[in-house]
Design a protein around this ligand. Sequence first.
Ligand code: ZN
Length: 342
Amino acid sequence: MQAAVLESRGREGLKLRDVPKPVPRAGEALLRVHAVGLNRVDLYMRDSGVGITHTLPLVQGVEAAGVVAEAPAGSGLKVGQKAVLYSNAYCGHCRFCLAGDQPLCLHADIMGEHRDGTLAEYIAMPVNCFFPLPDDADLVDAGALMVGHLTAWRMLFGKRALKTGETVLVVGIGGGVAVACLQLALMAGVRVIVTSSSDEKLARAKALGASGGINYRTEKVAKRVMEMTGGEGVDMVIDSVGEASWSDSLKSLRRGGRLVTCGATTGSNPGADLQRLFIRQLEVYGSTGGSIEEFRQLVALFARGGLKPVIDQRYPLAQVHAAFDRLHAGDQFGKVVVTVAA
Ligand SMILES: [Zn+2]
């Protein structure tokens, strides 16, 4: 089968290869892949991968939707049925899994990071990672659902859930997680303010329902946030940018507000601003992925037509480099998707 295999680091290390079709092990089923959303972590795996235990070569791709091609008896899955995958072949028996907190699994085994991923015609994963979809589900939309929207779901509605009427600041609108945060927050009746260096992206976010947009190249973010919130600040900031935006993110929070981080594209070590943290009693916490239960809720919402991911562009598997380039350039609004030919 065709697959995008990372053989060595960097753009040229990612090769389209003919590799053997995976053979499902006990308890696993086989997905015929139709669509794969790309994510920042794919670029990170391609170019660095530091801190993630894996060996090359590795098939890339951390999310996918497709059609069940093989399923063990008694699994409840049917061959020919549409499905979307949960990315993490979690162990199911560590203390975090037993508590239903699979993203913290001590033996996390994520496709495209620790094991072969989805940028291939087929992928084998444990049966409990398959979430069936209705026959009329759009597989391109479904293939772009797992990482961005699940990450957003946990940040917005996990530890300190946003409530209707609250306000969230989403830093750096355009990426998959940020756009998913915008969509899901609006559905929950939360007011959304976004930042970007692109007036075009700000306009698109407003067209989707954002109530305010701040261009961080030409405007002072925290000052504008205060103006937009009657001097109070926002209830939550979603920041995946890191060092470049951190100070403004802290200054944009109301007293007792929370800053949630799921990425650090501009660096991991911003100033802590401890005095602001304790005097204003702010909360800062991290988030990554989402649990099986959170994914179940997200897939149910998607399956009943309540949610449609914003797709930026699609590329066939043969143009996987162009898809990575699009993500690398940072010009996208929503998800870059790779479709795998039937
Ligand atoms: Zn576990």
